[in-house]
Design a protein. Structure first.
Length: 391
């Protein structure tokens, strides 16, 4: 077996920048539910409504043009002059709500939003102080920045076919540090990405990025904005690429697992205890993977060792084989991914979202496909027949 570069979809461990202390996060969740003063609507309503106001914590005045969005989705808005906002049709389920504005510490809350409910709350953003200083960039520093930007772009966006048509439009907001093979990156404002392969403009709120020893750790929240196609041919190409990005993806896998349809969706799952080639693969009893969660909207994923996930709906392409340093030629294998639990069982919601973003580590195809292949969480292919959990 080829050596597999490690990929953390988000950083793990204590003290992660931008995350609320656990007690405060629980208080936010409780406040959200306490503020839901509108009773459930019609039984067919599958959406929640989120509204509220964003204020400056120090002065108490409203903050206009603050970003308010559901992470990893197309559901976003900005506050008006009174600091008010509304997201009217948020699909029920587990979501991360993010409020961000340059010059202020971002706010985020992970919660379960229930269908037919309205959640109204007030967010007070704490100002951050950014010292102003004159910056003089020499030709040598500019060349060094460019080298680091090229490396960051390759690691962050991925090396897939779609990465060739994905561009960071505002690299000037990035700051890099590099020492002894380790690269870290921070951003003073949201990264703006244009993905001309899938037809999305992304605002990516980067909180952490580091690379060392073949391991990538990153944390951030994307907002997707659909691009306008130049013509019908581009629209068709985008839709074909979006469908290809979804099928075989981590979300596709978890949706099929939650709904007991892994076989129909062409996934086969094995257990391995090591990834060094010395461990045999065993077919796993799928009934042992999921346990009842704390609510009907969630399931608990539990296993030991590694899951090997083989997707027979597509094969490795030349970009993946190049990434894995496989010599040219030869038979292409099915797409193969591996996951392990970072700290015991983790929760999956009914949309296939890992509720704890630090719950798993990914290898293989799941690790290979990164920002350039990321799809909004609400995307489903045309003609998709909703799983039971989505109805």
């Amino acid at each position: 077996m080829n050596a597999l570069p490690t990929m953390y979809p988000r950083s793990i461990g204590p003290g992660v920048p931008g995350r609320l202390p656990q007690a405060l996060r629980m208080l936010v969740v409780l406040l959200l539910f306490a503020a839901a003063g509108v009773p459930p609507g019609h039984s067919q309503d599958r959406h929640a409504r989120i509204a509220g106001q964003v204020l400056a914590a120090d002065a108490g005045h409203p903050l206009g043009q603050a970003h308010v969005f559901v992470a990893a989705s197309m559901m976003g808005t900005t506050t008006d002059a009174k600091g008010q906002f509304e997201l009217a049709e948020v699909p029920a389920g587990a979501h991360r709500l993010v409020v961000s504005m340059v010059g202020y510490t971002p706010f985020e809350a992970d919660s379960i939003f229930r269908a037919g409910m309205t959640y109204e709350f007030e967010v007070a953003l704490e100002p951050t102080s950014v010292p102003l200083q004159e910056i003089v960039v020499s030709a040598r520093e500019a060349r060094r920045f460019q080298r680091r930007l090229i490396k960051f772009t390759r690691l962050f966006l991925s090396e897939t076919r779609n990465s060739e048509l994905t561009t960071i439009l505002n690299p000037e907001v990035l700051t890099f540090t590099s020492r002894l093979g380790r690269l870290t990156a921070t951003a003073s404002a949201p990264l703006i990405l244009a993905n001309r392969a899938l037809g999305y403009r992304l605002q990516y709120f980067l909180k952490e990025f580091s690379y060392a020893g073949g391991t990538i750790k990153w944390d951030g929240d994307p907002l997707f904005i659909p691009l306008e196609p130049a013509d019908s041919a581009e629209a068709e190409r985008w839709e074909a690429n979006r469908q290809a990005a979804f099928l075989g993806s981590k979300r596709h896998f978890f949706l099929s697992l939650l709904n007991d349809r892994t076989g129909e969706e062409q996934f086969t799952i094995y257990r391995r205890y090591r990834l060094d080639g010395s461990s045999s693969a065993f077919l796993i009893d799928l009934e042992t993977l999921l346990r009842r969660g704390p609510t009907p909207l969630e399931k608990e994923l539990t296993f030991s060792g590694y899951l090997e996930i083989v997707y027979a709906g597509d094969r490795e392409d030349e970009y993946y084989r190049r990434w894995q340093r496989v010599p040219p030629g030869g038979r292409r294998d099915y797409q193969r991914s591996f996951i392990r639990l970072n700290d015991g069982p983790t929760l999956i919601d009914q949309t296939g979202e890992v509720i704890d973003p630090y719950g798993i580590t990914e290898y293989g195809y799941f690790a290979f496909e990164r920002l350039s292949d990321l799809m909004p969480k609400e995307y489903r292919p045309p003609g998709w027949e909703p799983y039971e959990s989505e109805r």
